[in-house]
Design a protein around this ligand. Structure first.
Ligand code: FAD
Ligand code: DHB
Length: 391
C-alpha cells in the first residue's frame, strides 16, 4: 500500500495530524496498536489551552467543545488557610477550557471517519524502515494477522512514549534528557458535581491535591502519593478523606462533595525530551518526543502545538517541494517543548511535598509571591493559558 504520510499512533497527535493534512488534500494512513474502543475510552488530560481551542475551532472541530466544554477564567492556588483565585483573562487576556481528552479524541475520530480516513487498529509488530531515504516504509501485522507494508513519502511518529518511533532515530544522533520525580498521582473520576467553580491546586503538608472536573456532574481529582503506590491500598473512603483534608485545610465554609468513584489509577511522573524531533523522513510529535509531568496540564496541548507546526511543514514539503519548514520543525517545536518542560517542572516542584523542610519553606514563599504579586501571577497565567503557537 502507498500513501503520502504514514502516521503511527491514533492519539491526539496522530489523529489531528491526519485531519490537518487532509484539509489540504494530503493523504495519510493511521496505524494504531490499540482497538478503536480502547483509544476512545482512555481517561487522560482535561484542560485545553486557548491556542488549542482556537486551532480546533479553525478546522471545524470546535462545535461540541463550545457547546459542552466549560470556559474557565483561571485557577485557585491554595496553601492551608488561603485560597487565591488567579484570573488569567485579567492577567494575560486568555482563558482555558475544560474538555476531556476523551472528548477531543471522540471528535477527531468522528471527523476522520466521516472523511473516509484509512485506519489500521489493533496492529502488532510496528516497525519503521529506510527513514534516511526518500522512500521510508512501515511494516506491521494487522488485526487479521496479515503482514502489511505502507510505503510513504514521510513517517509521522505520533506513537506516544512506548511506541517504536523515537528509538528508530539512531543512537549516534539522538539525545535524551530525563527527570524522574519521587512521587506519583492517584487520580479519580467521580459521579458528583464539582465542589468548585474552577480548578483548585492545593499545597498541603500531607502532599499535593487537585480538584478538576469534566462537567457539571463529573469531578476529576488527584492526590500526591508515593511512587510504587498500589491503588488497592486506597479505598474510596480513604481517597475522599485525604482529598477532603488536603483541599479543605483551613478554608472556612467549604466542604468537598463526595460521590461514586468510576475510575481510579496511579500515574507516575517524569519529564523527558528527545532531540532532534526529526531525522531524515521521520518526524516525531507529541509524547513520542517528550513527556511532561501533568501538573501544568501541558501534555495534550504540547502534542497539539507540535502538530500545528508539523502539518504545514509536511504540506510544504510534499506539495511545493519546499523543505524550509520541515528543516526548521525540530528547532521550532523544541522552543515550546522546553518552555512547557520548564513550566511543568516548576509547577510540580512548587506544589508537591518532597519531604525536605527547607524545600517546603521555599515552596510556601514562592506560592505566596505568585498569589500576591501581579508579576508572579502573570508568569503563571501566561504559561498555563498557553503561549501563542510558534513561540
Ligand atoms: P498518546 O495519546 O499516547 O497516543 C499515542 C498512540 O500511539 C496511542 O494510541 C498508542 O496506543 C499508539 N501506539 C503506541 N505504540 C504503538 C505502536 N507500536 N504501533 C502503533 N501505534 C502505537 N496530560 C495532561 O495534561 N493532564 C493529565 O491529566 C494527563 N493524564 C495522563 C494520564 C496517563 C495515564 C497518560 C499516559 C498521560 C496523561 N497525560 C496527561 C498526558 C497526555 O494524555 C498526553 O500528553 C497526550 O495523550 C499526548 O498525545 P499523543 O498523541 O502524543 O500520545
Ligand atoms: C487535569 C489534569 C491536569 O494535569 C491538570 O493540571 C489539570 C486538570 C484534568 O485531568 O482535569
Amino acid at each position: 500500500m502507498r500513501t503520502e504520510v504514514a502516521v503511527i499512533g491514533a492519539g491526539p497527535a496522530g489523529l489531528l495530524l491526519s485531519h490537518l493534512l487532509a484539509e489540504q488534500g494530503v493523504e495519510s494512513v493511521v496505524i494504531e496498536t490499540r482497538t478503536q474502543e480502547y483509544v476512545l475510552s482512555r481517561i487522560r488530560a482535561g484542560i485545553l489551552e486557548h491556542s488549542t481551542v482556537d486551532l480546533l475551532d479553525s478546522v471545524g472541530l470546535g462545535e461540541r467543545l463550545r457547546r459542552e466544554g466549560q470556559e474557565h477564567r483561571g485557577i485557585h492556588l491554595q496553601t492551608p488557610g488561603e485560597r487565591h483565585h488567579l484570573d488569567f483573562v485579567d492577567l494575560c487576556g486568555r482563558s482555558v477550557w475544560v474538555y476531556g481528552q476523551t472528548e477531543v479524541t471522540r471528535d477527531l475520530v468522528d471527523a476522520r471517519e466521516a472523511a473516509g480516513q484509512q485506519f489500521f487498529y489493533g496492529v502488532t509488530e510496528t516497525a519503521l524502515h529506510d527513514i534516511e531515504t526518500d522512500s521510508p516504509y512501515v511494516t506491521f501485522v494487522d488485526a487479521d494477522g496479515t503482514e502489511q507494508r505502507v510505503d510513504a513519502a514521510v513517517i509521522a511518529g505520533c506513537d506516544g512514549s512506548f511506541g517504536p518511533s523515537r528509538a528508530a532515530i539512531p543512537d549516534s544522533v539522538r539525545r535524551t534528557w530525563e527527570r524522574v520525580y519521587p512521587y506519583s498521582w492517584l487520580g479519580i473520576l467521580a459521579d458528583v458535581a464539582p465542589s468548585t467553580d474552577e480548578l483548585i491546586y492545593a499545597w498541603h503538608p500531607d502532599g499535593f491535591a487537585m480538584h478538576s472536573m469534566r462537567s457539571d456532574t463529573v469531578s476529576r481529582l488527584y492526590l500526591q502519593v508515593p511512587n510504587g503506590t498500589d491503588v488497592a491500598d486506597w479505598s474510596d473512603d480513604r481517597v475522599w478523606a485525604a482529598l477532603s483534608t488536603r483541599l479543605g485545610a483551613g478554608i472556612d465554609d467549604w466542604t468537598l462533595r463526595s460521590g461514586p468513584i468510576t475510575e481510579k489509577s496511579v500515574l507516575p511522573m517524569r519529564s523527558y525530551v528527545q532531540t532532534p524531533m526529526r531525522h531524515g523522513r521521520l518526524f516525531l510529535a507529541g509524547d513520542a518526543a517528550h513527556i511532561v509531568p501533568p501538573t501544568g496540564a501541558k501534555g495534550l496541548n504540547l502534542a497539539v502545538a507540535d502538530v500545528a507546526l508539523l502539518a504545514p511543514a509536511l504540506i510544504s514539503l510534499l506539495r511545493k517541494n519546499d523543505d524550509t519548514l520541515a528543516d526548521a520543525y525540530s528547532d521550532s517545536a523544541l522552543r515550546r517543548v522546553w518552555r512547557c518542560t520548564h513550566f511543568s517542572w516548576w509547577m510540580t516542584t512548587m506544589l508537591h511535598r518532597s519531604g525536605d523542610p527547607f524545600d517546603a519553606q521555599l515552596q510556601l514563599s514562592q506560592l505566596r509571591w505568585v498569589a500576591s504579586s501581579t508579576a508572579g501571577a502573570t508568569g503563571l497565567a501566561e504559561n498555563y493559558a498557553g503561549l501563542p503557537i510558534g513561540l
